[in-house]
Design a protein around this ligand. Structure first.
Ligand code: ADP
Length: 266
């Protein structure tokens, strides 16, 4: 393609350095171009199936010459909502991948925020026969974060824990402050479930967009396969990172690390 330019470096002087820089830039442009192509292909793939199902249903209804039955309208409406969510997720993801995600950072107490989030998902968890526990050794646990984005991070992780844990299971949320990882200080939130777990070979791809462990198993759950990608980007944008540990048949623990507020006042 247009970007397959690579100038051989023959000199080690300034001129050689300029050529090296040029080659590095070419490589980066090519990577960005590849990423863009993959995204477009993924989106086309994801939109095709639901759209053709809706098209078919509408055409059949028209051919029969009947009005569209109310149940079908409900199902079509659900599909439209799912597609809208998908498009919304893709929009956010494309901003994040371009490094253009804007954060509205404020000081916030992770413990208080998580108490509220857990309360919000509790109802759904109970419907599936799951128990949700929250524990924090200290409070408040302050971080500088975008409340909306960080809330979505924990909602995504908790929703997954609920989805992939059979009835009777437990989801434990644990908050810790002043966790040191490679000389930096973090606040951490771990979300541990007693669910189906994730096979070791899938762990490396878990944060890739549209990645699902065993298509069939995840299909019915109604997710877009973008949740963990978005989660990963949101945490990264805050200067944090996520670790995951899992044992198939036993459960999964996701741990979110966010830069701790430097305690300048003590
Ligand atoms: P989805 O919308 O399919 O849930 P996600 O990006 O949120 O997409 O998750 C990607 C995949 O990772 C899921 O399809 C599921 O296979 C797996 N997964 C995520 N969280 C868990 C969990 N807590 N337990 C088991 N599997 C999980």
């Amino acid at each position: 393609g247009d970007l397959d330019v690579n100038v051989p470096v023959q000199t080690r002087d300034e001129y050689g350095k300029v050529i090296q820089t040029f080659n590095d830039m070419t490589l980066r442009l090519r990577e960005a171009e590849d990423a863009r192509r993959r995204l477009v292909a993924d989106v086309a793939h994801e939109l095709r199936t639901p759209l053709s199902i809706m098209q078919l249903k509408l055409e059949n209804a028209q051919q029969d010459g009947h009005d569209i039955p109310p149940e079908m309208l409900l199902r079509l409406h659900d599909e439209v909502i799912r597609l809208s969510l998908l498009v919304e997720d893709l929009h956010v993801l494309s901003l994040a991948e371009a490094g253009r995600l804007s954060l509205d950072r404020q000081m916030l107490d992770l413990t208080a925020r998580l108490e509220q989030i857990v309360e919000d998902v509790m109802h759904e968890a109970e419907e599936f026969g799951l128990e949700v526990q929250l524990s924090s050794r200290t409070r408040p646990v302050m971080v500088l974060a975008d409340v909306r984005r960080i809330t979505q991070v924990f909602i995504n992780l908790l929703t997954n824990a609920i989805r992939y844990t059979p009835g009777g299971g437990t989801i434990s949320v644990e908050i810790e402050d002043q966790v040191v990882v490679s000389d930096a200080v973090f606040a951490s939130v771990s979300i541990a479930d007693t669910g189906i777990g994730i096979p070791a070979e899938d762990l490396a791809h878990l944060f890739d967009r549209f990645y699902r462990v065993e298509e069939a198993r995840s299909r019915h759950s109604g997710g877009t396969g973008l949740g963990l990608s978005i989660t990963h980007h949101f945490v990264k944008a805050h200067g944090g990172f996520i670790r995951v540990a899992s044992q198939p048949g036993t459960g999964t623990t996701f741990t979110v690390y966010l830069p701790a507020n430097r305690n300048d006042f003590s």
